[in-house]
Design a binder for this molecule. Structure first.
Ligand code: 3MF
Ligand code: MG
Length: 346
């Protein structure tokens, strides 16, 4: 087995995470698969072989009923479950929202799936359950009452928290992942700021259970800076998990390898994570492109891992005294130059 990639000097989790969905069959909205779909449990050894330590999965990929089998398969290849998540987006029943659906029966189903995901996370030993706002949003104005939809999110998350608490789930935390659009034209919980506002509206006795899973590309799709988004989570004490990838401008969600489009910004993000002593899991949310051959399907992970480990080491070598001095002297451009030297210089 290949050696696991680890991040030296990182407190907490030092191994790196990736989703089983990252190595899919190459589907996009305009064309079907270009590769055979590898059964989800068979993807675990591929992740492990690439150097990943923590796998992530949706309930639609590894359902609760397969959790025991997944645990055994993961243990056999030295993987642990880093995150588990209910899919509120794939099933057509959620086409107009899960927790925010106007149909009480669909809302009930979403909450049941969320509770089942908490159970699965406990069984798999995953520290975090992530909720992504996949279909929570609107394509047509006035199709929904936005204020009511927001209050449905509050009620829904309170109910999931009550259940998590009742299971004595001290070891599981709940992280919400914002995204501004895609698949919906407009999504509720579009940004880190909206997620933090939602958390501030939850029952005070459950707020500590909730945090954020920001994704670098999602910030970019919103036209926002992912370093500030991450710092906002840190300032709030709410950075529970992070999804890293790259995005080439404000367009459709690309899930490109980490370190690909904005290496200098990525370096600066790692400086921020190091200086804040972030303990949580750093994971990739990338997508093997449909042009990659089946034999090369793990390239998306090995490229992201190599970029992350190299950038992490470069970030450790960024001289904080020099940074502080340049800040004090208000030499903003020179800070960019110093980071450039750390990145590109010999
Ligand atoms: C979509 C995403 C999702 C979430 C996942 C975890 C399919 O843009 O980022 O990946 O990360 O659902 O909750
Ligand atoms: Mg993601």
């Amino acid at each position: 087995m290949k050696k696991k990639c680890v991040l030296p000097n990182k407190p907490g989790y030092t191994g790196i995470g990736a989703g089983v969905w990252n190595i899919g069959p190459g589907i996009d909205p305009f064309g079907g698969p270009t590769r055979p779909a590898i059964p989800f449990l068979d993807r675990l050894p591929i992740l492990a072989e690439a150097g990943i330590t923590f796998y992530e999965a949706h309930d639609s990929e590894i359902p609760f009923s397969q959790a025991e089998e997944a645990k055994a398969r993961a243990e056999a290849c030295g993987l642990k479950c880093g995150m588990y998540t209910p899919s509120f987006f794939a099933d057509p029943i959620f086409k107009d929202g899960a927790m925010t659906s106007d149909d009480p029966a669909i809302r009930k189903l979403a909450i049941e799936n969320a509770k089942r995901a908490v159970d699965a996370a406990l069984l798999l030993g995953a520290p975090t359950v992530v909720f992504w706002n996949g279909r929570e949003g609107f394509d047509f104005v006035l199709a929904k009452n936005g204020q009511e939809a927001f209050r449905k999110l509050i009620d829904g998350f309170n109910e999931v928290a009550e259940y998590t608490d009742s299971r004595g789930a001290g070891s599981v935390r709940l992280a919400i992942e914002p995204k501004p659009n895609e698949p919906r034209a407009n999504m509720y919980l579009a940004t880190v700021g909206e997620v933090l506002y939602l958390i501030s509206r939850l029952d005070p006795k459950y707020r500590h259970l909730f945090g954020v899973n920001p994704e670098t590309a999602h910030s970019r799709i919103a036209g926002l800076d992912y370093i500030w988004d991450s710092e906002l989570c840190l300032e709030a004490g709410k950075l529970f998990h992070i999804h890293l990838n790259s995005q080439d401008g404000q367009r459709y969600d690309q899930d490109l390898p980490f370190g690909y489009t904005e290496p200098l910004k990525d370096l600066a993000l790692l400086v921020v994570l190091q200086d804040s002593a972030y303990e949580g899991i750093i994971a990739f949310d990338v997508k093997a492109p449909r042009t990659d051959e089946p034999k090369d399907i793990a390239d998306i992970l090995t490229v992201s891992l190599q970029n992350l480990v190299w950038l992490w080491e470069k970030a450790l070598n960024v001289d904080r005294t020099i940074l502080r001095k340049l800040r004090e002297e208000r030499r903003n451009t020179a800070i960019g130059g110093y980071l450039g030297k750390c990145l590109y210089g010999s």
